[in-house]
Design a protein around this ligand. Structure first.
Ligand SMILES: Cc1cc2nc3c(=O)[nH]c(=O)nc-3n(C[C@H](O)[C@H](O)[C@H](O)COP(=O)(O)O)c2cc1C
Length: 173
């Protein structure tokens, strides 16, 4: 896909089917995440976990089941979750920007590869009160999960767009 077509065609998917993303495509998506800009180039403050563990996905789904009105939240049936964690004390809130850059790069790469995705934030909070589930992530000491990208496929074909689907107000000075 051409770069702008990829950017315009990235869309959140919330109806994943059971088809798995291949190891090769996951690797490409991770490489895109690792190419993101990170404040002061502190890539060592970030950690990526590829989650396929059904017990983890089902456990968090059970925990979060009353926190969203959306069907099949928080993972919408996705079989693969890419969790991005960070050390949390480098500079106020910079970790959220770093993680967002990594996740957006992965979302764009996924779209270019025909893989559906959705940026996920809401599942992290309920996880805080479930240390046994959190431990399943096997994070290195000092890392906290911040957000994730769920990836997979959908029976609904991904659209191709040649212009933005959303707008943000702009002023010029
Ligand atoms: C920081 C952030 C957190 C998000 N958290 C969630 C989430 O927890 N659950 C969810 O279904 N979508 C989540 N989204 C996806 C947004 O709802 C979605 O990007 C937005 O509605 C625009 O739709 P689009 O992605 O299809 O263009 C999140 C997106 C961002 C950037």
């Amino acid at each position: 896909m051409e770069t702008f077509e990829t950017i315009f065609s990235r869309v959140s998917t919330r109806d994943f089917n059971d088809k798995e993303v291949s190891a090769e495509l996951i690797e490409r998506i991770l490489q895109a995440g690792m190419s993101a800009p990170v404040g002061r180039a502190r890539y060592d403050t970030l950690h990526i976990t590829v989650v396929k563990d059904k017990a983890f996905l089902d456990g968090v789904t059970e925990l979060a089941k009353d926190t969203s009105p959306r069907a099949r939240a928080p993972f919408y049936g996705a079989k693969t979750l890419i969790v991005v964690s960070s050390k949390m004390s480098e500079s106020p809130a910079i970790e959220y920007s770093n993680v967002a850059c990594v996740i957006e790069n992965m979302a764009l790469a996924a779209r270019a590869l025909g893989v559906a995705s959705v940026y996920l934030w809401a599942f992290v909070k309920p996880l805080e009160s479930a240390p046994a589930l959190l431990a399943k992530l096997s994070l290195p000491e000092g890392f906290t999960p911040v957000s994730a990208l769920a990836i997979g496929y959908s029976d609904t074909p991904l659209g191709v767009f040649d212009k933005p689907r959303h707008s943000i107000e702009v002023n010029r000075i």
